[in-house]
Structure formats: C-alpha cells, structure tokens
Design a protein around this ligand. Structure first.
Ligand SMILES: [Zn+2]
Length: 146
C-alpha cells in the first residue's frame, strides 16, 4: 500500500506521540499527545498529575486519582501558557479521546484529531464528529516501518 505524504506524516507524528507517552509516570496507562500546526509541533502532553503534585497517578488500590489530567488536556492547557494558538491545528493522541477532552478539543479550535487506540466508549469521538472535527484512526502497530 502506497501512502500519501500526509498519511506518512500522520503515522510519524503519532509514533512520536507514543514515544512522548513514555514520559508519563502513570502505571495503568501511558498516553501521549502532540498538537501540530503548519508542520510545527506547538504543544505536547502526557497523562499525569497537575504541576506541583506528587508524580503518582494511582492510589494504593491501583485506581487513578480523579485529579490526573489526560494527555490531551495537558497539551491544550500548556498552550494557554504559551504564545502559540491551536486554532486550525491537528491533535495526535495515542488513545481515543474521552468526552471531557473532546469538549476541550472543540473549544480550542483544533480541526483534526488523529488517534491510535480505539476504546469501547465512543462518546468522545462522536462529540468531535458532531462538531465537524475531522477524526482519523491509524493503526501504528501495522505501520512500524516505511
Ligand atoms: Zn480525556
């Protein structure tokens, strides 16, 4: 299968997001996100606790603390402190966005979402589609080398 230029870039950015997820100190699940605009990475994020909190995502029973921010939320809120703006950008995320992150994605003006891992609940994806955001699923496992 011959991939067009944009699809090749999409795979590469998504793989970069997966590498970025390795920064996460969460044990249950590590998720990474990148915000790309005009071929520049303008923000990045991985799931974790807010600034100043202990770098522990789960309690002693292994349940994720409710104050842990998702990778998408961290990438978007990081933009709020930077000089960049996400209007018209693309979000690459290694997991299917949840409904809370979908709301943030819509409000931040992101126009396209490329994600890697499907989730049983599709309410986040459904909301993005409803807001006319282009949503694309890529299987990075099947496309390790090109
Ligand atoms: Zn989320």
């Amino acid at each position: 299968m011959k991939l067009d230029k944009q699809t090749l870039l999409d795979y590469r950015y998504l793989r970069m997001a997966r590498v970025w997820a390795e920064n996460s100190y969460c044990k249950r699940r590590q998720v990474g996100a990148l915000v790309v605009k005009d071929k520049m990475i303008i923000s990045d994020g991985y799931n974790g606790t807010p600034s100043g909190f202990e770098n522990v995502c789960e309690d002693e029973t292994g349940t994720t603390h409710p104050y842990v921010l998702h990778a998408e939320a961290n990438a978007i809120t990081k933009l709020a402190r930077s000089g960049n703006n996400s209007d018209g950008s693309t979000l690459y995320v290694t997991a299917s966005p949840c409904i809370e992150c979908a709301k943030l994605i819509i409000q931040s003006g992101i126009k396209r979402v490329v994600y890697a891992e499907k989730y049983r609940l599709t309410e986040g994806i459904d909301l993005l589609k409803r807001a006319n955001i282009e949503v694309e699923y890529l299987n990075i496992e099947d496309n390790e080398s090109e």
